[in-house]
Design a protein around this ligand. Sequence first.
Ligand code: GLN
Length: 481
Amino acid sequence: MSASANWTISSVRDALTAKKVSARELTDDYFGRIERKNSELNAFLTLSKDRAYKQAAAVDGLVAKGSSLPRLAGVPIAVKDVLSTEGVRTTCGSKILENYTALYDATAIARLEAAGAVLLGKTNCDEFAMGSSNENSAYGAVQNPAAPGRVPGGSSGGSAAAVAANLAVVSLGTDTGGSIRQPGAYCGIPAMMPTYGRVSRYGLVAFASSLDRIGPFAQTVRDIAEVFSVIAGWDQNDSTSANVPRPDYVADIDKPVSGMRIGVPDEYFAAGLDPEVRTKVEAGIALLEKIGCKRVSIRLPHTDYAIATYYIIATAEASSNLARYDGVRYGLRTNAATLSDMYRKTRRNGFGAEVKRRIMLGTYALSSGYYDAYYLRAQKVRSLIARDFAEAFGQVDAIVTPTSPVPPFKLGERTADPLQMYLADIYTVTGSLAGLPAISVPCGKTPEKLPVGMQIVGPHFSEGRVLQIANAFERAGGFAI
Ligand code: GLN
């Protein structure tokens, strides 16, 4: 077993069944890789060795008995540290939760483990998932394994880096305004944000509840479909989870895509798009045409308002969700003479600069006298953005865009200017506001060898179709255009 072996879910299954490797050996191998590489990458914050070896032993027990193996048996996985894990530290990349251990498992993790997956540990992320570069983590930045010296993207930077560096076969991230798709693009791997409500948010520490979603990173689109098939579906513990029928995403993945109408929005190829990113995404669209898709030019006229709308709604919801970290209920407490001083000092010491900025912005947008001018207006524009997409999907089956306007930037390059950082979310926040599913797939590299991502967006609950297009693209060689 080579230390750089590129395992996939099906190669793990085959090797276990043929007894070429045991789940225990595979787990050892992955912890060995993490040991060798994590000090440089900083992708993992906490390892869950006891839990991993217990699960590996259970899988090896099934193999020994000759029982049929569950779908993800023995597959080493990593999860973003905003997902609750019983008995394992859950920091959300924040000092305020440095010593917090969750009391229960997030539904998505419970489902992965019930399907036999081996949880290696929790991955680094921007504090409370607020960021686009992973530089807002209280535990330090993450290196991009595909572009040394550059950011891995954020906020799920650790989950993307772990898979890109082969420190886990698949991982989970969360996406509120781009945090799965953008790090997927920057690290050169596929990554999917499902439809809002498709995957239970139970056990996901809330950032902006009307936008937050959980989804997978993997090396292949097929593995994305495998993981998604396990985590998707209704959950009685999440009142916003949708009770809609679920196809078998893996069984349908090779269906032909010829004849599909692909919408290309003018607004996404305008000023601000890096020319090298444009060249690669155009080449990606040309490849889709070559395999039978039809290119259709479309308009999404409210795109210009998306960043402002997203940053009002997301910060408003965050200011409310983060009120619970008060030194009484969770994590850090800084003692002081009076109760209000204790609240203040705890929050001052526990939260980083970006989180504080957003709490202030969100509190302002929700305060009396400003609510109508900011929050309510943002909600109205959100409906207009969603309507743009609904109209476009009257003409096309899916929409193709760049994932990010720029390739991965240098560590430290944008930290001084938060607005500049926010602007890089332009192509991802729109689908977030509209609740749509979207996958980012690699579409080659710039001449400087920086990964570029292409985004495929579909109508609500059309993940099957989005995965088919992404899979056809991968099989046609699109990842390495
Ligand atoms: N970059 C966006 C933000 O900072 C998105 C974050 C996310 O999707 N969690 O809010």
